[in-house]
Design a protein around this ligand. Structure first.
Ligand SMILES: Cc1cc2nc3c(=O)[nH]c(=O)nc-3n(C[C@H](O)[C@H](O)[C@H](O)COP(=O)(O)OP(=O)(O)OC[C@H]3O[C@@H](n4cnc5c(N)ncnc54)[C@H](O)[C@@H]3O)c2cc1C
Length: 412
């Protein structure tokens, strides 16, 4: 009997979830393989903590640990092309991967919207290597600042950090930075009053997709911990040491861009997938790429109502796995239903806003809930002992951690 080959591309939330769900189904005569361009899984919801000194080992989990004792083959490779008709994917290594069923879980990329200078001069914040690069830059700012003797203007420019985009990642990051920069100032013996953290948003309010009462409460919290908020300001240009925002110019060496996301380039380059205006793949009612019976799209790359969130990617991975198993067993497919999503937004250490069905919790209770959610996720992909270890790593401060090299994408 010939084996069914299931190929999953992408070792993030969606891909890992699809692989683990399929493995649990234990379908006979089936091979499951996952290809990813990184040997580790990145837990992005806690990425902001890496920038501000928490251990990167909390957000970096080797895929080999997740798949230990599982019947899932893993290969480290970057897929460069996919031919859905010939059922073959080709990696940068030159290897060809054949499949009967394909799950594409490629995530998204940073979009710079052709704003002059932005890609070249800004920091982005979507991966561990980018987070590490930013963290080292922040340390360098204080080292530089100490060298400047009495030049107050230059010091102020050095310690002005501008975060562009007041969506969830911009909020999480600026909240954490506000406290972290003060800690660094103390460490380096620099005057704290020189620091400024500015959060810029093009919409009339921060968190434009959230209910107004939550957005107001979080704005209040941000101001309380020292973040300056500028709304109705879209960025137009970035040069070295200066950015132009509609109606004003700011002198800074640190612009962190969190305002743009686009779909992974591979979806477009495949050529025959139908895409929406954001470059996401249009899927049918079973989460398959339209017109293809054996190609499933999960997570950020699927044009579904709640894509762009880890919760949706995990759910999608499970839904695609279930339907692949039904296809193999000749059972009717299950219609994909949107998953209700919940927000748990940390704003500085020890404080979070968590929206449940009828109530929104703020403060330390929200923070505990948010940490519980993190732990629950680790438990879902790792044995209990390992989940506890990964979770506890996040409590370690590791400002001088030598494990991570900010310039490389692989092998942490
Ligand atoms: C800073 C930050 C904070 C966030 N916080 C939250 C949060 O609190 N809650 C929430 O629900 N969501 C959050 N998100 C969103 C969430 O992380 C994403 O929605 C989720 O990661 C999407 O899952 P995915 O599987 O589609 O993609 P990803 O998790 O990004 O995984 C994609 C994988 O594919 C790999 N890959 C890409 N191209 C190739 C290729 N050509 N070949 C092989 N492998 C490839 C990548 O290396 C990666 O491993 C956050 C995102 C960021 C950036």
């Amino acid at each position: 009997m010939t084996n069914n080959k299931i190929l999953i591309v992408g070792g993030g939330f969606g891909g890992i979830s699809a692989a683990l769900t399929l493995e649990k189904e234990n379908i006979s005569n089936t091979e499951i393989a996952l290809i990813s361009d990184k040997s580790h899984f990145e837990y992005k919801p806690a990425l902001y903590r890496v920038v501000t000194g928490r251990s990167p080992l909390e957000v970096c989990i080797p895929i080999s640990e997740i798949f230990e004792k599982k019947n899932i083959a893993f290969a480290l490779d970057a897929i460069k092309s996919v031919d859905p008709l010939k059922k073959i994917a080709r990696g940068a290594s030159g290897a060809d991967y054949k499949f009967d069923y394909l799950v594409l879980a490629l995530g998204s990329e940073t979009a710079y919207f052709n704003i002059p200078g932005l890609e070249k001069f800004s920091f982005s914040f979507k991966s561990i290597s980018e987070a590490m690069r930013l963290k080292m830059h922040l340390h360098d700012l204080f080292i530089e600042c100490k060298k400047l003797k009495n030049n107050q203007d230059e010091k102020v420019c050095l310690l002005q950090v501008v975060v562009v985009g007041a969506g969830p990642s911009g909020i999480e990051l600026s909240g954490e930075l506000a406290i972290f920069m003060k800690r660094l100032a103390q460490e380096y013996g620099v005057d704290q009053s020189l620091i400024s953290i500015d959060l810029i948003e093009a919409a009339p309010s921060i968190l434009p997709a959230f209910p107004e009462r939550i957005s107001k409460k979080i704005a209040h919290r941000l101001r309380h911990i020292g973040v300056n908020i500028f709304t109705n300001r879209s960025m137009t240009k970035e040069e070295i040491e200066q950015i132009s925002i509609r109606g004003m110019t700011m002198k800074t060496e640190t612009v962190i861009w969190t305002a743009g996301v686009k779909s992974n380039y591979l979806y477009k380059s495949i050529g025959c997938l139908l895409l929406d205006e954001k470059g996401r793949v249009i899927v049918d009612e079973f989460l398959r790429a339209k017109r293809f019976e054996n190609v499933f799209i999960v997570g950020d790359g699927a044009a579904t109502a709640n894509s762009g969130m880890a919760q949706t990617a995990i759910y999608d991975g499970q839904a695609a796995a279930e339907n692949i198993s039904r296809l193999i067993m000749n059972k009717p497919l299950k219609t994909y239903r949107q998953k209700k999503v919940y927000y748990a937004l940390p704003v500085g250490p020890g404080w979070a806003s968590v929206s449940l069905d009828f109530i929104t919790l703020y403060g330390s209770i929200g923070w505990l809930l948010r940490r519980f959610v993190d732990f629950r996720y680790f438990l879902s992909i790792l044995p209990v002992q390992k989940a506890v270890t990964v979770f506890r790593r996040g409590e370690n401060l590791c400002d001088t951690c030598g494990i991570c090299q900010p310039e490389t994408n692989n092998s942490i």
